[in-house]
Design a binder for this molecule. Sequence first.
Ligand code: G3P
Length: 217
Amino acid sequence: MQLFLDTTDTAVLKDLAATGLVDGVTTNPTLIAKSGRNMLEVIAEICEIVEGPVSAEVAAMDTAGMLAEGQKLAAVATNVVVKVPLTRAGLIATREFSAQGIQTNVTLCFSAAQALLAAKAGATYISPFIGRLDDQGAVGMDLINEIRAIYDNYDFDTEILAASIRTPKHVTEAALAGADCATIPPAVFEALFKHPLTEAGLQQFMADWSKTGQSIL
Ligand code: G3P
């Protein structure tokens, strides 16, 4: 499973990328707004920090506008993936980007029917939003399972990028469901390392080791 960070905070990204466990980055207009920075500059910096795929989302709502913006975003760096909304205009743009060899991440996916259309349009990634479905009282993980089954039935190449991740359990459940990637907020990524029994066990090991008076070096 590829683990992406869902952030525009380049300081946090550098810190976590140093673990060697960050495979890519996703951004969206809300995260760009939170950064307070010029979009092209922050995307360029992110693409320098992480060599894997970096999703940068168009702001246009019409196909022609998406194509123009997407080509500008794709020119920022070779690892830019153009993110487009799952709309009729967005899927028409996705087909054109696919024909041009530009990688796409089709976002704001909330149904298996939408995901089927995105795969037929040639999307590189599909982003089903788990947390936002949970917020509505649905079971967001059911969507990941449905998309996995449909994509496997027809051998679609589109990769399932589990998004709107809120907890470490979302990450493990998405992995169990067969998602290809998960895009994870930094705080959740940090939580993946931790378990109280690991901490307690390590403290006990160190306490017992110190009693030996030994040094390995
Ligand atoms: O990449 C999509 C993600 O940023 C949305 O997450 O928590 O706003 O639903 P959230």
